[in-house]
Design a binder for this molecule. Structure first.
Ligand SMILES: [Zn+2]
Ligand SMILES: [Zn+2]
Length: 371
């Protein structure tokens, strides 16, 4: 009885201290990642996804305890035909034909050898942190459709769109974006998003302007933890990093539990699960504009990004795809900005040199430990 009374007290306290029933991480900023005591660092891997490694060598006809969770993974990313299979599918632990087909499609999408088996290179890709958006929309293996339908060796475009190609209408070329107030983002973090929007504005005739009015903004950016009301719960450190909706929804959600690096060289981070915020932001903005995932590994719209890596420059595949939707920016000269100099050197806030090391947003993981 005492325990339940305590639980009710904590529940009441928790609810009363939030503006809604969803968890809004209040990101913490540190001048240097290495200043965080190692004992405060949570798990550096996504345990659910890493457990998939136990299925190494798995092939059709076999049975593995827990294989159903891998089926859920593939279902989440669109690899089962949602209208025909997923609803009636009971996610058994059998390595059945449906799983084999999903693996084959996945292997095609990620340029792997198409074996239909859980070989090492396939598992290495499966466990990589990635975007939460599906690769396959309504049962079509969209990431490879263009490649398969083209016989030309010059047809390198693998960009895709959402079903029915939704895009911002012609009378909406000057979009605004705003940040969820509860996240209390610093100016440094907000500038990461400014730069990410700039990269797309450079190639298409659109502008993106930061506004304080979250409710009226075209694009609303928020860090969330776990289930946050849209049926796409976040999963803690690594796993899915963020997701964004197709036009003209404008919802852009990031997993508050990640170690988001907002300043400095992510590749030299002492924490292996550090994720470069701008790299993820550039990718998700592609979705907000109407792009789906691409099977071109160099493309921003490729679904996975290894932790500790930075990829912020639009590839020709990204540029071609978004220009199909909106046309080219008249001032675009054919090459995207390859450095981060623009905003960082011209911003009124001055320049942050490498001496400051990493500025990191720590989400819920660390919040829990500090409460
Ligand atoms: Zn994505
Ligand atoms: Zn969401």
């Amino acid at each position: 009885m005492k325990l339940s009374a305590l639980a009710i007290f904590f529940l009441a306290f928790t609810l009363s201290s939030q503006t809604s029933s969803f968890a809004f991480p209040n990101p913490h900023f540190f001048p240097n990642f290495t200043s965080i005591p190692p004992t405060l660092l949570p798990n550096i891997t996504n345990t659910t996804w890493n457990a998939f490694r136990q299925f190494a060598g798995g092939r059709p006809g076999q049975r593995f305890q827990g294989l159903s969770s891998l089926k859920k993974y593939f279902n989440n990313f669109g690899y089962f035909n949602s209208t025909l299979d997923a609803k009636s599918f009971n996610f058994t632990d059998e390595f059945d034909d449906m799983l084999e087909n999903a693996i084959r499609t996945y292997q095609k999408n990620f340029n792997l050898n198409v074996t239909g088996e859980l070989d090492e290179s396939t598992l290495n890709k499966i466990v990589q942190p990635r975007c939460g958006n599906a690769d396959v929309i309504n049962g079509t293996s969209s990431m490879t459709k263009r490649a398969a339908s083209s016989g030309s060796i010059h047809a390198t475009a693998h960009y895709t769109f959402f079903q029915n190609m939704p895009r911002w209408p012609a009378n909406r070329r000057d979009l605004t974006y705003a940040f969820l107030a509860e996240n209390n983002l610093t100016e440094t973090a907000k500038r990461v998003f400014d730069r990410a929007f700039d990269r797309w504005a450079e190639v298409i005739p659109m502008t993106f302007t930061r506004t304080e009015s979250y409710r009226q903004a075209d694009i609303r950016i928020g860090f969330y933890s776990g289930d946050h009301g849209d049926g796409e719960p976040f999963d803690g450190v690594l796993g899915t990093l963020a997701h964004a909706f197709s036009p003209t929804s404008g919802h852009f959600h990031l997993d508050g539990a990640e170690y988001w690096v907002v300043e400095g060289d992510v590749s030299t981070s002492a924490v292996s699960s550090a994720v470069d915020l701008e790299s993820v932001a550039v990718h998700e903005i592609g979705h907000l504009l109407g792009l789906g995932h691409s099977s071109v590994e160099e493309a921003i719209m490729f679904p996975t990004i290894a932790s500790g890596t930075r990829k912020v420059v639009l590839a020709s595949d990204d540029v071609e795809g978004v220009q199909v939707l909106y046309g080219a920016n008249p001032s675009y000269n054919g090459t995207t900005t390859s450095t981060d100099e623009n905003r960082e050197t011209s911003g009124s806030g001055g320049r942050f040199g490498p001496i400051l090391g990493f500025w990191v947003i720590l989400g819920l993981s660390l919040s829990f430990l500090l409460i």
